[in-house]
Write a protein that binds this ligand. Structure first.
Ligand SMILES: [Zn+2]
Length: 698
């Protein structure tokens, strides 16, 4: 999705995103410590008066805390390994190459859904079959279901999202597993294992199985359900308003889904709180959508029965879309109703199939205008871009075709070719949200939402935990795309340095903190920080090298599920450097570099520059040296390159800090030409609280 003002220029704007968590009924009050410890524990020896004041026998009391800058810096050079990634490495599903391991596996979930929309009650009724392919080596004794529409019930936990309407949520009316009916009214199972379900009124439900699903076998779920789409003026947050009255419907996360089961954590039981997004299985979707005749339906996948639901005129217009870049109107604003917008009849069933996707979204309206154009995917050829919107909102789609085409073509060149057979832009109350082959967006967010087709639609990251692997990469590529659109070079200078103004804010969760609980700086953590991190990485290895490495990562993990460790190990491998220190400080901490020049002393032809770093994050030492216009010849230095006749850039690797010193003396000997100015980090890539002290003399 898109969050306004989330780019680096609006870092602090993201602070306004989350006023806090609203919760359902609180958990049972915890007992006071006095009432439990006093009753159940033997008496403890009295603690020493205080650790600060009472010296341990024979040793002096510790000194008070010193200024951090006075303490040698212990620089961590590896990335922390949690139990989840250690387990995956032991099992051979992932490893330090950053590529899928030899034993890598993932579940697949294939959906067949028949859905019927009743505009009068604003309700979808569904009949769904899911075939779950257990490709894991594990016996599965339960199946976890995601029922996202239960966030519209009054009694579930939520983040800062507010539904436009409280509904009865996702109402599961019947459920079978491998032909066995599940008793929906039975209390939670106790004693011997039996078929049962809990949590049907929450966003995460669990089916316990009498017979576990064996490794490398399948299970078949059949579910009947209904859900009302929330409408009204008071929704806040994405996906919280899914219709305009009874005239336009924009269903998302609208059907029961199977949660992810992976090699890192088993079943993903993260609740859906609203802001943070998803982690879904890939699979085949075969979806039939039953709506009143005359209503246009768009969605994920490819329409299978145009001859049954479209007019002959619309089919003829569609047949010419791939011939040229022009916009073709498939159904115009004056073509409304059965026999004019669509085939005639009472109701029509639109049949879509998508072969390998991790979700399915759709939209429908009686008055949709349908336009189409094309994008030419490098190495693949033309595909259609569809746009459906209300006629009075046509101005919001005037440039949507060219912007979407540019995004599809540019990102295909940047990473890997767009993998899907079409792209559709859908008008509606949620503008700025992405699904496979579908973006709920007009031209405003089209570039950003198209970028999501690479992540998470192709590279299936866990957005609930690691939103930065999705929104953060997206923000970075938007900078590149915007520059290409303007026919200029992207400028990533300054972004890395700007993080120094944020570092130290107590509200900031490290990027590895689960995004679902990101708090008031969720927007910064998830959206804005990644471009700053990649700006610094480009300052070390070059922006082109960063982008080539990410392209390789995208290819290696297409239609798979990488973790952050896979990303950092892949990047280390592709860039040929152990950047453990870099990833540690950016992803696991909120530290900065805080570089400065303490002094520069010239003696003869030599100038000794004292560079200082007060932060915990180290960086290479990059000095720009500006010389007088005339004087002795400027001698070459092995670690220097001339950027023009009177300017050199001199670099020392980050290793110079690894002994713990906070100062480094850079020796310059260019043969005696007068040095007029020295600047630390001239491209402004390294996080810095106060860039003014990076220059000498000052
Ligand atoms: Zn987004």
């Amino acid at each position: 999705m898109i969050v306004r003002c989330a780019l680096a220029s609006g870092l602090l704007a993201s602070l306004t995103l989350a006023p806090g968590w609203t919760m359902g009924p609180p958990a049972a009050a915890t007992k006071s410590p006095a009432s439990t410890t006093a009753m159940s524990l033997p008496a403890m020896p009295a603690p020493a008066a205080s650790f600060g004041a009472a010296a341990v026998a024979g040793r002096p009391a510790p000194a008070p805390q010193q200024e951090p800058a006075a303490v040698p810096r212990a620089i961590r050079r590896d990335v922390p390994l949690t139990n989840a990634i250690r387990g995956a490495m032991a099992a051979g599903t992932r490893d330090f190459s950053g590529r899928p391991g030899p034993a890598y596996w993932q579940l697949q979930a294939d959906y067949t859904i028949a859905a019927r929309l009743d505009p009068a009650s604003q309700t979808i009724t569904g009949d769904e079959t899911i075939v779950l392919h257990n490709n894991s080596p594990d016996e599965l004794s339960e199946i976890v279901l995601r029922l996202d529409h239960n966030i519209f019930r009054a009694t579930v936990p939520r983040g800062f999202s507010v539904p436009a309407e409280t509904t009865e949520g996702m109402v599961v009316t019947r459920l079978w597993v491998d032909g066995q009916a599940v008793d929906l009214g039975a209390p939670a199972a106790r004693g011997p294992r039996r078929l049962g379900v809990t949590g049907l009124d929450q966003t995460v439900a669990s089916i316990s199985l009498a017979t576990p699903i064996a490794p490398r076998s399948t299970a078949r779920l059949e579910i009947e359900w209904r859900t009302k789409l929330p409408g009204g003026p008071d929704g806040r947050g994405h996906r919280m308003t899914q219709r305009w009255d009874d005239t336009l419907f924009q269903p998302t996360q609208w059907y029961p889904r199977i949660a992810k089961y992976d090699d890192l954590r088993g079943w993903d039981t993260s609740v859906y709180l609203g802001p943070a997004e998803f982690y879904n299985n890939f699979g085949r979707f075969d979806v039939r959508i039953d709506v009143p005749a005359g209503w246009i339906v768009s969605g994920t996948g490819v329409l299978q029965n145009p001859e049954e639901v479209l007019t002959a005129a619309a089919r003829e217009r569609l047949s010419r879309v791939l011939d040229a870049d022009q916009i073709t109107t498939i159904v115009g604003p004056d073509e409304v109703g059965p026999g004019r917008a669509t085939a005639p009849g009472e109701r029509l069933v639109w049949h879509f199939v998508a072969d390998m996707v991790n979700d399915f979204a759709w939209a429908t309206a009686e008055k949709f205008v349908w336009q189409a154009t094309r994008a030419t995917i490098p190495g693949k050829g033309p595909i259609p871009i569809h746009m459906v919107f209300l006629p009075e909102r046509a101005n919001l789609f005037a440039n949507a075709g060219p912007i979407s085409r540019h995004a599809l073509e540019f990102y295909s060149d940047l990473w890997v070719p767009y993998p899907f057979p079409q792209l559709t832009l859908q008008d509606g109350p949620s503008a700025g949200m992405e699904y496979p082959m579908v973006i709920n967006s007009n031209q405003g967010a089209a570039d950003h939402e198209v970028a999501h087709q690479w992540w998470p639609m192709m590279v299936g990251t866990n957005e609930t935990w690691y939103g930065w692997m999705d929104e953060g990469f997206d923000q970075y590529m938007n900078i590149l795309s915007a520059a290409h659109w303007r026919d200029t070079e992207p400028d990533l200078d300054g972004l890395g340095q700007s993080y120094g103004r944020i570092s130290g804010d107590e509200s900031e969760p490290p990027m590895m903190w689960a995004a679902n609980y990101g708090g008031p700086m969720y927007g910064f953590q998830t959206y804005s920080k990644t471009p700053l991190m990649l700006s610094m990485l480009g300052g070390i290895v070059g922006d082109q090298a960063v982008q080539r490495a990410i392209a390789g990562y995208a290819e290696a993990w297409s239609f798979k599920h990488p973790s952050p460790w896979d990303f950092v190990f892949f990047m280390n491998d592709a860039l040929g450097q152990d950047l453990g220190w870099f990833w540690y400080y950016w992803l696991w901490t909120t530290e900065s570099v805080d570089g400065s020049i303490d002094e520069a002393v010239t003696s003869g032809s030599r100038t000794m520059v004292t560079v200082r770093q007060d932060g915990q994050m180290p960086s290479p030492v990059v000095l720009e040296v500006r010389f007088a216009r005339s004087g002795p010849a400027i001698d070459p230095l092995p670690n220097a390159r001339m950027v023009d006749a009177t300017t050199a850039v001199v670099t020392w690797p980050v290793d110079v800090w690894f002994d713990g010193s906070r100062t480094f003396t850079a020796e310059l000997d260019f043969g005696g030409r007068t040095i007029e100015r020295i600047t630390f980090d001239p491209s402004r890539r390294f996080p810095d609280r106060d860039p003014a002290d990076n220059v000498w003399p000052r």
